[in-house]
Design a protein around this ligand. Structure first.
Ligand code: GLN
Length: 495
């Protein structure tokens, strides 16, 4: 097996034993990017020099017995809405082209403190608004399993980079599903942590009460390792929780017999593709063979969650995006005669159509006369949804659902139909509204495309979710395949 196809935990071992050097690893991943990224389009920036020099430093530190951690020298990809000092951070928007942050996001600081290297910045839906990465103003990202299909979004570049072996792991952000949906479409593992577990400092805000950073990785163990790297208290994020971070990796492999998993019937209703539903129900059977008790449960408020999510997320976005005024960051329109026209022209030129749609929806929902009917109602749905989850988690250790209603859809299919695009998140937005953790992992195939299942748990139950996911992954033998990324793939989806 090529070194680029090895799991991150194995790369750590190879580095520690000296079987491979960080520099060799950097060269291998950079040449993989050279080879396939013209087709896949996962990256918007590749930091060749920084990665190579960081790798040499990691090798030197390791030889001197001073490596900051066993992960030192492992490259990872970072979604381009997280600030990286000295490296352009665009949010895949024209608005932020040329913006070079003077500081690192907290998660980037943590990755660097472990000695890991940011190999590059990955493509996303503009300002993380979307479910397919097609809203990027910069480039198209393709699904490595089928190049005519979307990788999911908004962290589509991060998911595609891992699936195509361009990086062993990546960071994404998840406001309504943006880590889990692309993980599902690309056949990898992705986790949205409990709100407050990972600092949002230096992550360009989309909807602040929902945003969380999460890892994308090729398997559950790697996901557990990356979560530990990024989780932890940060006083610069007022919602950051000061809690002990467990060694998630060390807790994998614990017996899961006797755990109770609920199947919420609302997530298996109309709109879920039969192939997806069957694969998830098959996974439930597999889990019950491992001694897990599986039972049907009900979360009646789920029906209203998607509508509530798009109102709340857009409302917060309309406020957060007010800062892009042509004065403080990035793009500024030419030829304006006064500050108001400069402000208007800058925003008209800088934002793409989906971002404008969100700003308008959000401003409308918050405006006097409509606030009660929209924003307030949505907040009430959010509270009721939280109570629904509290109730089922009195009995269940986790819930099992599909991650998305379908597998990866063809590029172009939903871009002109916002409602059908929004429907892609129907299974994931609930976790963000309730602040609970969720993990997506592969559970089957349909027409050559991966199917993802989602496990949800109560707040701070990441260790349990990872244990359940790990036990399933080991029993089912996933992930067992790497995406082929060949040009002939994509003429059809059958193989
Ligand atoms: N697709 C959802 C949206 O557009 C979720 C995006 C995200 O999680 N960043 O809002």
């Amino acid at each position: 097996m090529d070194v680029i196809d090895r799991p991150l935990y194995e790369l750590a071992r190879l580095l520690e034993s000296g079987e491979v050097s960080a520099e060799e690893l950097a060269v291998e991943f950079l040449s993989r990017i050279d080879k396939v990224d013209g087709i896949v389009g996962a990256f918007v920036t590749v930091d060749r020099e920084g990665t190579l020099s960081g790798a040499r430093m990691a090798d030197k530190a390791r030889r001197a017995g001073e490596a900051p951690s066993h992960l030192a020298g492992i490259p990872i990809a970072v979604k381009d809405n997280m600030c990286t000092r000295g490296i352009e951070t665009t949010c895949s928007s024209k608005m932020l082209r040329g913006f070079v942050p003077p500081y690192d996001a907290h998660v980037v600081e943590r990755v660097k403190a472990a000695g890991m290297l940011v190999i590059g910045k990955t493509n996303l839906d503009e300002f993380a608004m979307g479910s397919s990465t097609e809203n990027s103003a910069l480039r198209v990202t393709r699904n490595p399993w089928n190049l005519q299909r979307v990788p999911g979004g908004s962290s589509g570049g991060s998911a595609a980079a891992v699936a195509a072996s361009e990086a062993p792991a990546a960071l994404g952000s998840d406001t309504g599903g943006s880590v889990r949906v692309p993980a599902s479409y690309c056949g990898i593992v992705g986790m949205k942590p409990t709100y407050g577990l990972v600092s949002r400092y230096g992550v360009v805000a989309y909807a602040s009460s929902l945003d969380q950073v999460g890892p994308l990785a090729a398997n559950v163990r790697d996901c557990a390792i990356m979560l530990r790297v990024i989780a932890g208290h940060d006083p610069r994020d007022s919602m950051s929780i000061d809690a002990e971070i467990p060694d998630y990796e060390a807790q994998l492999g614990r017996d899961i017999a006797g755990k109770v998993i609920g199947l919420p019937k609302e997530y298996f209703a109309e709109g879920i593709e039969p192939g997806v539903r069957d694969a998830v129900l098959e996974a439930a059977k597999q889990l019950s063979k491992l001694g897990v008790e599986v039972e049907e449960v009900s979360l009646p408020t789920v029906e209203y969650a998607l509508a509530a999510y798009y109102i709340i997320a857009s409302s917060e976005a309309s406020s957060n995006l007010a800062r892009f005024d042509g004065v403080r960051y990035g793009h500024r329109a030419e030829g304006a005669v006064d500050s108001v026209s400069m402000f208007m022209k800058t925003r008209a030129e800088g934002f793409g159509p989906e971002v404008k749609r969100r700003i308008m929806m959000g401003t409308y929902s918050l405006s006097a006369g409509y606030y009660d009917a929209y924003y307030k109602k949505a907040s009430q749905v959010r509270s009721t949804l939280k109570s629904d989850f509290d109730r089922v988690f009195e009995r269940c250790d986790a819930l099992l659902t599909p991650t998305a209603p379908t597998t990866a859809f063809p590029i172009g299919e939903r871009i002109d139909d916002p409602m059908s695009m929004y429907m892609s998140d129907v299974c994931t937005v609930t976790a963000n509204l309730a602040g609970i953790p969720g993990i997506s992992l592969p559970c089957g195939w349909q027409d050559g495309l991966p199917i993802g299942m989602q496990l949800l748990g109560k707040r701070f139950s990441e260790a349990t979710l990872l244990q359940l996911a790990y036990a399933y992954e080991q029993a089912a033998g996933y992930p067992s395949r790497k995406a082929p990324v060949t040009k002939d793939r994509g003429c059809c989806s059958c193989h």
